[in-house]
Design a protein. Structure first.
Length: 131
């Protein structure tokens, strides 16, 4: 399940942030387009080692959504798609990382290379769109 923001809805601490994508150097032209919503995919695993195995498969050329279908413990049928999420609707750390990532595709995903630990497990996150 996608991590939900713990506090109530509205503007939180993540409302103001810089636009640099420090987590993903590959393919990043410098500044990210400011956005209020993201089209997000993720792979959720209960163990860090499972996420590392998913990274190895993606690095070997498999598509992000195909790996999500087989390995993710959430949204597997949708290839890890969470759909469009507005700012403030996701868990703080998950959302911060997602907004720091540039847009990419399942064929050539740009995602966090170190799995993000939340109360739900370990996440690999990629962004397919910004608006």
């Amino acid at each position: 399940m996608a991590p939900k923001k713990d506090a109530g809805k509205g503007k939180g601490k993540e409302a103001s942030k810089d636009s640099k994508g420090g987590k993903a150097d590959k393919g990043d032209a410098g500044k990210l387009k400011a956005a209020n919503s993201l089209n997000v995919r993720h792979i959720l695993c209960s163990k860090h080692s499972q996420c590392m195995a998913a990274i190895a498969r993606i690095d070997a050329g498999e598509k992000f959504d195909a790996v999500a279908r087989e390995m993710s413990e959430d949204k597997a049928r949708q290839g890890g798609s969470l759909g469009w999420k507005v700012r403030g609707s996701l868990h703080g750390d998950f959302e911060k990382l997602a907004y720091d990532l540039p847009v990419s595709t399942c064929d050539k995903p740009i995602f966090n290379r170190e799995p993000l630990k939340t109360s739900h497990g370990y996440h690999l996150i990629m962004v397919e769109g910004r608006k």
